[in-house]
Design a protein around this ligand. Sequence first.
Ligand SMILES: [Zn+2]
Length: 356
Amino acid sequence: MTPIRRGSKRGGIDLGGTKIQAIIVDSGSEVLGQSRQPTPRDGGPGAVADAIAAALREAADAAGVEPSSLRGVGVGSPGEVNSTNGTVANAKNLPAWSDSYPLGARLAEALGTRVAVGNDVSVATAAEYELGAGRGHASVLGVFWGTGVGGGLILDGKPWHGRGAAGEIGHMVIKRDGARCPCGNHGCLEAYAGRAAMEAEARRRVKHGDKTILFKLMNKHDKPRLTSGVWERALDHGDKMAEHLIDRAVKALGAGAPTESKDITITGPDIAENGAVVPLGASTSLPGVKQVLILVEKNPAALVALFNVTDAVEANFSTRAKMGQSSDVYAVAIMNDGKALYAKKEVKVTLGGCGG
Ligand SMILES: [Zn+2]
């Protein structure tokens, strides 16, 4: 076998329900060329694969490289992605895509280079962790607000899937017996904040005789659905229904994110010596607490301790953690309804010994 010499340039694809975005980057992740194409509505996965290949070729053209000379192409795809064999199944926002389809293999053949396929939310969270907002943090929760509400979790440097759905913040129940979610459950965050669910709610309200210009704007701008641009224009016009539904979505998103609370107490010293083992405590007298976590932000392990609260165990815990640098320390209470409340304090770590 002859080893193939490849350059350091790479391709990236964001496969979405409405558009396909392709880029070529150099070794420093600088964008050299790009292309954007609408996602085909007909022809199923085969037509989508052809459109992806065409978008990538166009981006490569703009960057002045041959697709086959690329080190590889990474694809972020919706749906159930098997990264090991590059197949995608149940991509709900893509047309006629329920069966497993070998997207990676088809693209590798069409482009003449290696192709890796990952779930869009997982790869976006990984990108923020490596290059973006999550840089320098050991643990990151990525939240992506679109047609649905996607979430990806990195704990202590590792992508965390739990039993398969950890980090799926969109399907966290924020209201018991609440609005129906596209996933079939009731009261999920996505049922209030996902664009598809918001459109369904707007249609329901119109049926009940409520007034809005949302659908007039949608038709005027020739959009098949209520896109972000349509919502924005409706807000600009002071449309009451749009204002109310966006407000509801923002509140739902807020309920899903951790909230600072006076009812949670974190204890620890204000100042500690470098390398000292520091006593830390977390307590709350709130009812309905499921778990209490103690986190040290600038600690390679981040999670210091996790306690399960039951009727027999009081939510008042203490532990000791070795701290090598100044850091915010958090006490987080996970409530039975899925809400997370926290308190934080800073522990300053000084260089010990010869200072005085
Ligand atoms: Zn759901």
